[in-house]
Write a protein that binds this ligand. Structure first.
Ligand code: SAH
Length: 254
């Protein structure tokens, strides 16, 4: 995302900013992961929600805990939308936002109880992210991240080729757990995001924005290409959902 040309980036933000989420997920799955962390949600904890987008999961975490939450994203357009919801829901005392690159977070060592990141760590790579974020956790602190994963050892060649382009960091669940073990954490839990997290919660609203988006951008070549890219991803998902999807990984700093 960050290596893209400015116009492409602006289009991407324009397409996604009015969607309820910028990646697959759901309130139920955020709560399931929260339960797996084993944290006491009534404590005065400090959570960073990294790559928060417009903050779908930030708000769920805020509504179901007493924690203070810092929601971080590279793009202020997304954070503006989250800021508005924070104010509307009267959460301003506990929830704030920060525009920053997740690859070089300005946090103090051992300052967070929980690091949360749904559908975002891939931007800097799963292993790189887990290594770099480790120092920001208090001893015994927990991480919950969702990450694109292979569900099977053998995959159709066409699908392999697609993901080699889209996200070469995709790997099997077993390999992802190995990464967790070698970067200073112990796994606490894992589950796969169910299909509705993609179809109903992510793709359906996104599809609903295509026409307006194309109109707003005068059906430019780049805008059409972006819509086409998304349509293709959706088609691949439908065809190959048995082979890959998002895994939710919950772990604790050793
Ligand atoms: N967690 C949200 C958004 C997931 S999409 C949800 O599940 O709905 C990935 C998010 O990562 C986007 O909002 C994007 O703006 C953000 N992002 C991409 N690269 C980033 C970087 N280098 N630093 C911080 N955020 C980044």
């Amino acid at each position: 995302m960050i290596s893209m040309k400015e116009t492409e980036l602006a289009l991407l933000i324009d397409l996604y900013k009015d969607c309820p989420r910028q990646g697959p997920g759901s309130e139920a799955e955020t709560l399931k992961a929260l339960q797996m962390t084993g944290i006491n949600t009534q404590n005065d904890l400090l959570i960073a929600d990294i790559g928060c987008g417009v903050g779908a999961q930030t708000l769920v975490l805020a509504q179901h805990t007493q924690a203070r939450i810092l929601a971080v994203d590279l793009f202020p357009d997304f954070l503006e939308r989250l800021d508005k919801k924070i104010t509307e829901q009267g959460l301003g005392e506990r929830v704030s936002t920060l525009a920053h690159n997740m690859d070089e977070l300005p946090f103090e060592a051992e300052s967070f109880d929980v690091l949360w990141s749904e559908g975002a760590i891939y931007n800097i790579g799963f292993e790189n992210g887990l290594r770099k974020w480790h120092k920001f956790l208090k001893p015994g602190g927990v991480v919950a991240v969702s990450e694109m994963s292979w569900f099977t050892e053998a995959r159709p060649m066409e699908l392999e080729a697609y993901w080699a382009e889209a996200y070469a960091g995709i790997d099997t669940i077993a390999e992802k757990i190995k990464v967790i073990e070698k970067t200073g954490y112990r796994p606490l839990g894992f589950f796969v995001l169910p299909e509705n997290c993609w179809t109903d919660n992510y793709y359906a609203p996104l599809k609903g924005h295509f026409e307006e988006f194309l109109k707003r951008n005068s059906h430019s070549e780049l805008a059409q290409a972006l819509v086409e890219e998304n349509r293709q991803e959706m088609a691949y998902f439908e065809q190959y959902k048995a082979f890959c999807g998002y895994g939710f990984y919950i772990m604790q700093k050793i």
